[in-house]
Ligand binder design. Structure first.
Ligand SMILES: Cc1ncc(C[n+]2csc(CCOP(=O)(O)OP(=O)(O)O)c2C)c(N)n1
Ligand SMILES: [Mg+2]
Length: 703
């Protein structure tokens, strides 16, 4: 097995520690051993890729010195690390083995990073607190904010820090700036390492970053320690990173180390830098290669002898070759394993365990009150529940709390939570949706239960990358190593008379199309209480869609069903029995469908069944199928636009599986395929109305 120890080296008798860093001679030599091992693994992978024995390669070549330095200032399994794809030498220093890396390269089932699901160099190692990394550039910054923030809940008083790494190109992403703002606002123990190799694929840094220097651009961020260093120089890098880590550990706030490095192997094996980087520049870079300069330094300073270093390099080559032979025999993930770890295997929110009986007390409450009370009860029950978002706190200036009533959310869903549970468990965030969801990822990865609010569904889109590429993939891509269960509460929907295009949209189907995510959509106070509690107690990420129009309706109120009332996901409710037509619906169209059913029944002899799906992913196919088998006619109705909607999927499935049970075509009603307008008459025309449901029902019944 390849180790990162340097025990086989013959050490010189000169200085026993470096005077600039106080690192022992053994540590210095070991640092080179790790750098060399990293390069050796890259070279081996390059060869395997060329032989088509692995399927992707991206190297850390040229970044090794600063990465090993970063690894040495961290305490593996104590501090938290959000690496990026070039951080091979960093994660080796933290304790990942060469074998674990090559298992990832061949896509083996035993690969601890992802079990063959992600490209190699997408590091993940729960025991070492190396949090699963993905391919989108910059998404990791907001996770790091959440990880650093979790310290105050889980490890207060400790000197733990979080390290997040990136290239200079990725600092152009909004998530980087959102993170730097929050890190400075909250004085988080966050160490940011920007490994600046001068290029983002082919784009040079002066066309990427205003002024060409990210550290300078950050001037003026309060409390942020900024250090610039030659990242190919191990000694300088170690000193800078040690200084920065000490600053973070001391509670002074975040630090950023901007390290200039080289990238001798092009961006990846799919890129050829000679297309945009001239020979002279590549030669200048080559002269800075730490794999040449650092051993020279070790010999010059008398820390090791040249021959011993060369012997160690040969031994490392042999060991890597030997591991490669073994790893190439490793089996890949077994057939049939594609769904494993898509959702939690620990808690099934669709299980009968969540099928509770209500124990009603008190007067009927509105849906918004019910949500507010459920949040409070769950925060009382579980200290890990943390609520945050825009305007969700009662009053950020806590000294005014005794004088003012408090905001508690634009719809009041979170009223009095800050008052009861304190500003650490219910707090306002900057208006930055990617970081609202992204910091929840970091908090959840460390075991907290975040319940972030997105103020309006219409404004969820800056968080889309986080939701689709991070939240939903976290467990699957790390092969169960990490998870980020959270509840994203999102007010949705129209019929508001004046809500217009940016306060009325639906679009739930965008999220039901995401594997790994649960989507629920209650239509009344009782279900909102039960489904929200299930969402908080389950172990998956849940999108909890709250229809704004239903928040304060008189007809959907319910007395409180008890502090343990839960409703299982994927269980529809038949809200009206009938024999001749099934209307399958959810959200605001449940009530409209009931009204339509009554009108249809008054005008003819048919009877209509109405099913409220309640949760959309998973959804209750059994209930739909049983009802359609009984009635032989089905109408699927939703407020969201008609085309490519949730109804399209259901209609396809009904047609595919229940064709012989049908006496009429499958009907659908939804909004016009356009936006919701401000003018009330136009809004009415665009959104589905009772009359539309009656018309379509009668068409199907007459067929
Ligand atoms: C959000 C996103 N956009 C684009 C890409 C494609 N891409 C992958 S790496 C990269 C360049 C990153 O440059 P930098 O941050 O400087 O890191 P380097 O590769 O130079 O180490 C790009 C554009 C991506 N992975 N994610
Ligand atoms: Mg770069």
């Amino acid at each position: 097995m390849v180790t990162t120890r340097a025990q086989s080296l013959q050490l010189s008798t000169a200085a026993s520690a470096d005077s600039a860093t106080e690192l022992s001679r053994e540590t210095l030599v070991q640092a080179f051993r790790t750098m060399y091992l990293a390069r050796c693994l890259d070279d081996r992978e390059v060869m395997l890729k060329r032989q088509n024995r692995i399927f992707f390669q991206i190297s850390g070549a040229g970044h090794e010195a600063v990465q090993v330095a970063a690894g040495l200032v961290l305490r593996p399994g104590y501090d938290w690390v959000l690496p990026y794809y070039r951080d091979r030498a960093l994660v080796l220093t933290l304790g990942m083995t060469a074998e674990e890396m090559l298992l990832a390269a061949v896509g083996a089932a035993r690969d601890p990073n992802s079990g063959g699901r992600q490209m190699p160099s997408h590091w993940s190692h729960p025991r070492l607190h190396i949090v699963t990394s993905s391919s989108p550039t910059g998404t990791q910054f907001v996770h790091a904010v959440g990880c650093a923030e979790a310290k105050a809940f889980l490890n207060p008083g400790s000197d733990e820090i979080t390290l997040v790494c990136s290239g200079e190109g990725a600092t152009s992403e909004g998530e980087f700036w959102e993170s730097m703002n929050i890190a400075c606002l909250e004085r988080l123990p966050l160490l940011v390492l920007v490994e600046d190799n001068g290029y983002a694929i082919s784009v040079p840094v002066e066309r990427q970053t205003a002024g060409g220097n990210i550290a300078k651009l950050l001037e003026g961020f309060p409390g942020l320690l900024r250090l610039e260093v030659d990242g190919t120089n191990f000694i300088e890098s170690f000193r800078a990173l040690k200084h920065a880590a000490d600053y973070c550990r001391g509670g002074h706030g975040p630090a950023l180390v901007h390290a200039s490095v080289i990238r001798p192997y092009s961006h990846s094996l799919s890129d050829d830098e000679r297309l945009y980087k001239p020979k002279a520049e590549r030669e200048l870079e080559a002269a800075r290669d730490p794999l040449l300069t650092f051993p020279d330094f070790l010999v010059r300073q008398g820390y090791a002898e040249r021959q011993a270093i060369e012997r160690m390099m040969r031994e490392t080559d042999l060991e890597v070759a030997e591991i490669t032979q073994r790893v190439l025999e490793e089996p890949g993930p077994p057939r049939g394993s594609a769904f494993i770890h898509l959702y939690s295997e620990k808690i099934d929110p669709a299980s009968p365990e969540f099928d509770a009986q209500p124990r009603f007390t008190g007067e009927p409450r509105t849906m918004i009150d019910s949500i507010n009370q459920t949040l409070a009860e769950e925060m009382r029950r579980d200290h890990r529940v943390v609520v945050f978002g825009e305007d969700v706190a009662d009053c950020s200036r806590e000294q005014y709390l005794s004088e003012v009533k408090g905001k508690g959310g634009v719809f009041k869903a979170t009223a009095n939570l800050q008052r009861e549970f304190g500003a650490s468990r219910c707090f306002n965030t900057p208006i930055a949706e990617a970081s609202i969801v992204g910091r929840a990822v970091g908090l959840a990865a460390r075991g907290l239960k975040p319940v972030p609010e997105i103020q309006f569904f219409d404004y969820i889109w800056p968080a889309m990358m986080q939701i689709r590429d991070e939240v939903a993939t976290f467990r699957w891509r790390s092969n169960g190593g990490f998870s980020c269960p959270m509840v994203m509460r999102v007010p949705i929907g129209g019929y508001l008379t004046g809500g217009a295009i940016y306060h009325s949209q639906c679009g739930e189907v965008v999220f039901t199309h995401i594997p790994g995510l649960r989507v629920v959509f209650p239509s009344n106070a009782l279900d909102a209480c039960g489904l929200l509690r299930t969402a908080i107690r389950c172990d998956d990420p849940v999108m909890f869609l709250e229809h704004k129009k239903l928040y304060r309706e008189p007809y959907n109120r319910a007395p409180h069903p008890g502090a343990d009332y839960t409703v299982p996901f994927g269980k529809a409710k038949t809200v009206k029995l009938g024999q001749d037509l099934t209307i399958v619906t959810y959200g605001a169209l449940v009530q409209k469908s009931l009204q339509a059913a009554l009108q249809v029944e008054q005008r003819g002899s048919a009877s209509v069944e109405v099913i409220d799906l309640r949760s959309l992913s998973p959804y209750d196919w059994e209930a739909v199928s049983a009802s359609v088998k009984k009635t032989s006619r089905v109408l699927i109705a939703h407020e969201d636009t008609l085309s490519w909607g949730f109804g399209a999927e259901l209609a396809a499935r009904v047609a595919g599986e229940l064709f012989t049970d049908l006496d009429a075509p499958v009907g659908r009603v939804g909004a016009l395929d356009t936006w919701v307008a401000y003018n009330p008459q136009l809004e009415d025309e665009i959104l589905p109305q009772v009359a539309d449901l009656v018309r379509e029902s009668e068409r199907l019944l007459a067929f």
